[in-house]
Design a protein around this ligand. Sequence first.
Ligand code: F6P
Length: 324
Amino acid sequence: MSVEIKTIGILTSGGDAPGMNAAVRAAVRTAIYKGMRVIGIRRGYAGLLDNDVFEMNIRSVSEILHRGGTVLYTARSHEFNSEEGVRKAAENCRKNGITGLVCIGGDGTFRGARDLCRAGISCIGVPGTIDNDLACSDYTIGYDTALNTAVEMIDKLRDTIQSHTRCSVVEVMGHKVGFLAQSIGIACGALVTLVPEMNYDLDRDVVDRILYTQRSGKNHFIIVMAEGCGSSSDVADFIQSRTGIETRVTVLGHVQRGGIPTARDRIMATEMGARAIELLEKGKGSRVVVFRNGEVTDLDMEKALAMEKTLDLSKFEMTKMISL
Ligand code: F6P
């Protein structure tokens, strides 16, 4: 059934990601161009529960295309994760006349959007997370910027560990999975990249490899480790005790989430934000905007959430031959 949408809401939720602002800008301006009224919701679902909303116009999104973070602010709401929370959030949407909602974020945000859809609000999910871990989309807004930030940091680290002939264990983000870590490892030429999806043995896969490359003259070693693998300090201690090589830990942490979005993130976010509004204009709800087979398209939200994504472990076989 087609629903006429006049007022749309927009929010960002979960971990912020560079490029979210570009998506907000695109959605707001596309909606206004199409004659819709736009309500900005601050701090994601938490702000929706508190009715922390404001009217947006085309100037509300000026000068944000190139800025990291999210001007709408973001949060992770525990209260929203309950039947009562979803009911209240849907009620607040109705009070504000919001019949269509654009929800920008990762898997938690999409699950929230699905719950709101079930409560009668037409929602469109837009993938925004540095983790690139959404099965429905080959790309998530923020991933490219985070990847480039991490690579830039590790390039800097390389200079100092090379000078001291040390080993460096670099812990990178990615939540419970290794999509971001794998790409970082390839792009910065890590000797070994550890991800939660891999059954690894520290002696065989890390220590032996360090000693093997040391015999060929290598004198500095970069180990990239996804945060989902556990304690990077324990791994560093283990390497140092087994090899005698001075080993240091660097946790890149939230620095990976900030910064000026890359051109790729701005372009993807702009296309995805505009697409979300086109869907609402057509009266479609319960959809997620995705990037699949090289194009921005959309999928049914329930189906999208049921999909699973697996890491291509064969890439590690490739890097074993190259990163020596
Ligand atoms: O989902 C994005 C992300 O940055 C993950 O990579 C990380 O595990 C998590 O958010 C950190 O969340 P918080 O900002 O709540 O510490």
